[in-house]
Ligand binder design. Structure first.
Ligand code: NI
Length: 166
């Protein structure tokens, strides 16, 4: 299991670079990301969260056919609506808040062998993909809240984690 970086760590704010080599090292990394995500009981994990600034994320919404690794993903279409859904993040553990995002998206990506694929997603899958895709741009779900909401959530987070800090 890999260490998951949490809010405050610089690596979560860095821009990511595309994957160029579709080799065994990539497949091992993706396997380790799936294991880490499952162990942490998450539904998605992006490479920056384990300290790797590359365009990779994995999702598993616990539905059949929805355990997917996305390499070099691009969201190429988003529905014009904006719907609330409660989000959390393994990098901001223990706090949750409704976030507004489009309900449907189309995403293009490559698999671990470099093969292109397209996913039309709605519901939880669309939500998780958009959340993970944000990580590739150094963005966390709290950045998408209003200033008041963000302040409240971060206060809650700090209260929760104060005792664990040095
Ligand atoms: Ni996250």
């Amino acid at each position: 299991m890999l260490d998951i970086f949490t809010i405050g760590d610089d690596v979560l704010r860095q821009q990511t670079v595309p994957v160029k080599e579709f080799d065994d090292a990539l497949r091992l990394l993706v396997d380790a990301m799936f294991d880490t995500m499952m162990e942490a009981d998450g539904v998605g994990l992006a490479a920056p969260q384990i300290g790797v600034s590359k365009r990779i994320f994995v999702v598993d919404t616990r539905r059949e056919g929805e355990r997917i690794a996305f390499i070099n993903p691009e969201i190429i279409q988003s529905s014009p609506d904006s719907v609330p859904y409660e989000e959390g993040c393994l990098s901001v553990p223990g706090v949750y808040h409704d976030v507004l995002r489009p309900s449907r998206i189309v995403v293009q990506a490559q698999d671990v062998r470099g093969k292109n694929f397209t996913v039309n997603a709605d519901g939880v899958l669309a939500r998780v993909i958009q959340h993970e895709n944000d990580h590739l741009y150094g963005k966390l779900f709290v950045d998408r809240l209003t200033e008041d909401e963000r302040e409240k959530v971060l206060q809650q987070y700090n209260r929760k984690h104060r005792r664990k800090r040095k």
